[in-house]
Design a protein around this ligand. Structure first.
Ligand code: BF8
Length: 629
């Protein structure tokens, strides 16, 4: 591809955002390999794999079912296509639920170490939330220090991972009609790790072969993530670092600086990134940067750890998951500091083309070619300073002739925790409910999830959000979806001009955007809590509400878990990328239709975001009619 016009067309085809297009062009011109190139080199991708009909679980295999011919209708063990497809889906879901929940466990452990005075630099920031949570767990608060309460709360939450009481406290936040459905169907989550371990057991050859039974357990495992591990991650992060409130900041690759040390914080857990922010504020660090010729230190976020920092401290965010290579290709990144999840293993190879240092920090996520600096709560601040120092040390190696920072940052508004939304409404959801009942707002949709190079970068998120707000449907977002809409200017109050008259009026009245940034992917739990509170006010289940969910560009197993706990909680969910289940008509029918009879919600697959908006709107109207509003 050497013709400049062709290269530009390819760059524009890859991404929606101008700054991303500019950097795509640079990578194409300079031959810097990205996910788009690797996707192309993988073509054609395995058709059996896409249908979910391969089984590589045991040494009698690998097997694959021929979905079209008469031969090979069962694996060597005798599993048919329904069993194999359902088992594979549960396997993927477990990976996603584990990622969220293990992240949550680390936050609780640090909360406990903080309470015991064993974690350097951490403190209890939101004492009120701590006390509210303690009350939910039945922990006495009167006359006790925050530290004593936090230690008990951490122990109570950690117990729920293994769980001998067979009950997750925070699942009681779900409305009674929703919990009754779980009870009746036998999908009440009994523990966070427990459901995942049981799922692994069921996947073993010769255990669960009934696809319905397997999929019901998938729901239970996902509920343990949404109402357990993820919710714990969100709540304890708020306790330690503060519950987000509306604030302004900036987004896109233009947030990188031409004359400061650029440090990109990429990954998921705020435990690391919050300490890096604290370390970078040390005046000694700034002086050190100046000594090396820089004008200071510019911290920017990426992916969900970026969302965590943006939500609480307004740290600018450089981009979402498909931006990680593009950021390095600006030639202006001194260090990319990562913990875990969604970090391309090839990042050190990309960084090797520049002066960029990739620093891994988690014992469970090492990457060959990266520098490793193990991060422990006990010595967190000291390690964070050492990491910043390494970033500064790279600054003199920056080649100014190779620096290409594209465009200007886009402004945005973020920080819409569930508490912040409720307080923007005046401390109660009544005004929102009134607007929904009156029809000026038809309903709400959570647009969540990743980027996937199979879909034009950000196109799915942005187009779907635009379509929904036009139809007076409020959009709440998390993860890479929120970053995509931030780049497109949809997280600004002025974006209400793109909304239908009813939604526009409400947004203008409250001074909020029509697309609300609710946080990282574990913060989808904030959406659950909001839905539960609204359902409780109306005296109905979540499945009765005129709401929906969508993951237009998902790639991650975490998204499978999120989508499944949405559906199991009663939220109709549209996926933009087909999950690997199309090899089994039975699995497909159950998830797209059969489940409706259980949770009054289901999955749909629709790659075209305009058609996805049609589906979501139709579902919202169906629910409105049933509610007689
Ligand atoms: O947890 S949205 S690509 S960054 S998986 Fe990853 Fe997907 Fe982005 Fe956050 Ni969520």
């Amino acid at each position: 591809m050497c013709d400049p016009k062709t290269m530009r067309m390819e760059a524009e085809k890859r991404s929606l955002d101008r700054t991303d297009q500019e950097m795509n062009l640079v990578t194409i011109q300079d031959g810097i390999e990205t996910a788009w190139d690797r996707l192309s080199s993988q073509q054609p991708q395995c058709g059996f794999g896409q249908l979910g009909v391969c089984c590589n679980n045991c040494a009698m295999g690998p097997c694959r079912i021929d979905p079209f011919g008469e031969k090979a209708k069962r694996g060597v063990c005798g599993a048919d296509v329904d069993t194999i497809v359902a088992r594979n889906l549960l396997d993927d879901l477990c990976v996603g639920a584990s990622a969220h929940s293990d992240h949550g466990r680390e936050v609780v452990e640090v909360m406990r170490e903080t309470a015991r005075g064993q974690a350097e630099g951490y403190r209890i920031t939101d004492g009120k939330k701590l006390q509210r949570l303690a009350a939910e767990y039945g922990i006495p608060v009167s006359g006790r220090s925050n530290e004593a309460i936090a230690e008990d709360l951490a122990n109570g939450m950690l117990e729920e991972y293994g769980c001998i009481k067979n009950h997750l406290q925070l699942s009681d936040r779900a409305p009674e009609p929703t919990r009754a459905i779980w009870e009746k169907t036998g999908i009440v989550p009994r523990g966070i790790d427990r459901e995942i371990v049981e799922a692994m057991h069921r996947i073993h050859m010769g255990v669960d072969a009934d696809y319905v039974n397997i999929l019901l357990h998938a729901m239970r495992t996902a509920l343990g993530d949404g109402w357990g591990g993820s919710m714990i991650a969100t709540e304890c992060s708020d306790i330690l670092f503060g519950t987000p409130k509306p604030l302004s900041s900036e987004v896109n690759l233009g947030t990188l600086s031409t004359d400061k040390v650029n440090v990109v914080l990429h990954g998921h857990n705020p435990l690391l990134s919050e300490m890096i922010v604290a370390a970078a504020e040390d005046p000694g660090m700034k002086q050190y940067a100046e000594k090396k010729g820089a004008k200071g230190i510019n911290l920017v976020g990426m992916c969900c750890t970026g969302n965590e920092l943006l939500m609480r401290s307004g740290v600018p965010i450089a981009g979402n998951v498909l931006d990680q290579e593009l950021a390095i290709a600006t030639g202006a990144v001194e260090a990319m500091i990562v913990d875990y999840q969604c970090i391309y293993p090839s990042i050190p190879a990309t960084a090797a083309c520049y002066h960029t240092r990739v620093i891994t920090t988690s014992r469970k996520a090492k990457i060959p070619g990266a520098e490793y600096m193990e991060f422990h709560p006990k010595t967190a601040l000291a390690t964070a300073k050492e990491i910043i120092k390494r970033a500064i040390d790279a600054y003199p190696d920056r080649d100014p002739n190779r620096v290409r920072i594209p465009g200007k940052p886009m402004k945005l508004m973020a920080g819409f925790s569930e508490e912040a939304i409720c307080s923007a409404l005046g401390g109660t959801y009544k005004p929102l409910i009134d607007a929904i009942v009156a029809g000026s707002i038809r309903g709400a949709v959570g647009v969540v999830g990743c980027n996937n190079p199979k879909i034009r970068h950000d196109y799915g998120h942005v187009t779907l959000a635009q379509e929904l707000i036009k139809r007076n449907i409020l959009v709440v977002e998390t993860g890479c979806a929120a970053i995509a809409c931030g780049k497109a200017g949809l997280l600004l109050p002025e974006a209400a001009d793109q909304a239908g008259e009813g939604l526009k009026g409400v947004c203008n009245l409250l001074g909020i955007p029509p697309v609300l940034h609710m946080g990282s992917c574990v913060d989808n739990s904030r959406i659950l809590v909001m839905a539960a509170k609204i359902a409780n006010e109306l005296g109905v289940g979540i499945g009765d509400l005129p709401i929906g969910g969508a993951a237009p560009e998902w790639y991650s197993q975490k998204a499978i878990s999120i989508g499944t706990y949405f559906v199991a909680s009663g939220v109709y969910t549209v996926l933009g990328i087909p999950p690997k289940i199309f090899g089994s008509q039975n699995v497909l029918t159950l998830l797209a239709d059969g489940v409706k009879g259980i949770t009054n919600s289901s999955f749909a697959v629709e790659p075209d975001p305009v058609k996805a908006a049609d589906l979501l709107e139709a579902e919202i109207e169906r629910k409105r009619t049933a509610l007689k509003i």
